[in-house]
Design a protein. Structure first.
Ligand SMILES: NC(=O)c1ccc[n+]([C@@H]2O[C@H](COP(=O)([O-])OP(=O)(O)OC[C@H]3O[C@@H](n4cnc5c(N)ncnc54)[C@H](O)[C@@H]3O)[C@@H](O)[C@H]2O)c1
Length: 390
């Protein structure tokens, strides 16, 4: 297949590109390097330096003999997106190319607008360019479980059948997201569903849980093939951040009571889920929604699991409950359905003690350059934070 990976320089995009290339597909990666710019602006960096995409693509060719085509382009630039799709003529488009952080979007007006313009306009451009250049291609779009929020009823996979005044209909599951970033994903979902319903686009919206992990089989082949790993309070996801704190002997920062429960998955399962979606495409006109996670945990459960992994590694790790910078329920009902990917054959890598121990060992070995200042959450959902500005 011809597969186009948007956001191919990112934490998830690069391992996905290597996976499909290794399997013999014709892979193009595209990225604007916006994430690298945001890192520089915020003064934060991944745990270990990440070679440029150019260097990684060349290294991949040298190590495997396989070609990944690279294009630089901003998805908010319509001309660039049309050109990209006309050239790549993809059978499948895997769309990771968005601003991925809730705290980033909650800094101030500028960051909220930037997040929504980047994500919503970028995806709209992809939809229009698909209609023009490759109307039969399958869009596999990364959304987030955070689109649903934490409703006091079971979360279904995308749709809810409602009976109202004696009549029934099935509609998109109502969303109650908790940041301007998560809202951008909700807006994307509505725009994609509309394009499927009106134009006959085929799309799969992957409502992904929180990803953890350092490596996939492909990143392990050579340090020059590594992917980014963030531990900072803006881009670091919770397990990754806890692993770095544990490796430093710093307290694990639990926001509030820690009863916040979410879906989680291993980075290797992100790649596996995307592979399953690509190889089992949605029908023309179908807007398919998969809840992409493998296990549910509360933040406090995870802190205890990482604390225990620290103890096994001889590290004395404490927990610290911080005032929650976010506005979110800290004790709530959470039961999210996630059977569609399992039905397609997903075999999950679960968060075992063994996998935690291995991740902690890798992180510990790389933690020499950690800037502890980047761990403290300074962006507040209410009342503004350290970066209050227009
Ligand atoms: N990592 C997670 O835990 C997680 C969880 C749920 C959903 N997601 C979603 O998965 C996707 C990938 O996440 P990630 O962790 O790999 O993030 P990432 O920031 O590492 O990767 C995203 C990539 O997209 C690029 N990009 C952003 N805007 C772009 C634009 N306008 N044009 C071209 N490229 C652009 C960035 O430069 C970056 O390389 C994102 O859409 C994110 O919202 C991630």
């Amino acid at each position: 297949m011809r597969i186009l990976i948007l956001g191919g320089d990112g934490y998830l995009g690069w391992p996905t590109a290597m996976h499909f290339s290794d399997a013999g597909h014709e892979v193009t990666v595209a990225d604007s390097f916006a994430k690298r710019k945001w890192e520089v602006e915020l003064g934060i960096a991944p745990l270990a330096p990440v070679p440029s995409l150019h260097h990684r693509v060349r290294s991949w060719k040298r190590i495997t003999g396989k070609t990944i085509t690279m294009r630089v382009g901003d998805l908010t630039n319509a001309r660039s997106v049309y050109g990209l799709l006309e050239e790549a003529r993809p059978d499948a488009i895997v769309h990771y190319g968005e601003q991925p952080s809730a705290p980033y979007s909650m800094q101030n007006r500028t960051a909220a607008v930037e997040t929504q313009v980047n994500n919503v306009v970028g995806t709209l451009n992809v939809l229009f360019a698909m209609r023009h250049a490759c109307p039969d291609a399958h869009l596999v779009k990364l959304g987030t479980m955070g689109e649903y929020g934490t409703p006091n009823i079971d979360i279904e996979e995308g749709y809810l059948t409602v009976t109202h005044n004696g009549r029934s209909d099935t509609m998109l599951y109502p969303k109650k997201p908790a940041s301007f970033y998560h809202l951008s994903k909700v807006h994307d979902s509505h725009n994609i569903e509309f394009a499927c319903r009106i134009w006959g686009v085929r799309a799969t919206d992957l409502n992904q849980g929180v990803v953890y992990g350092v490596d996939t089989d492909h990143t392990l082949r050579d340090p020059l093939l590594r992917t980014s790993f963030h531990y900072d309070h803006v881009f670091g996801t919770v397990i990754n951040r806890f692993l770095v704190q544990a490796s430093l002997g710093a307290p694990l920062s639990v926001y509030g009571k820690g009863g916040q429960t979410r879906g989680f998955l291993d980075i290797r399962d992100t790649v596996q889920c995307v592979d399953l979606a690509v190889h089992n495409p949605a029908a023309a006109g179908e807007f398919r929604v998969f809840n992409q996670f493998t296990e549910q945990y509360s933040v406090l459960d995870l802190a205890h699991r990482v604390q225990a992994a620290g103890a096994r590694a001889g590290l004395a790790v404490q927990l610290e409950h911080l005032d929650n910078p976010r506005a979110e329920a800290e004790e709530h009902y959470y039961n999210a359905s996630h059977s569609h990917l399992a039905d397609l054959g997903l075999v999950p890598h679960l968060l075992t003690d063994d996998s935690l121990d291995r991740m902690l060992a890798v992180v510990h070995a790389q933690s020499g350059g950690v800037d502890r200042a980047d761990l403290a959450p300074t962006i507040k959902w209410k009342g503004g934070g350290a970066r209050v500005q227009v």
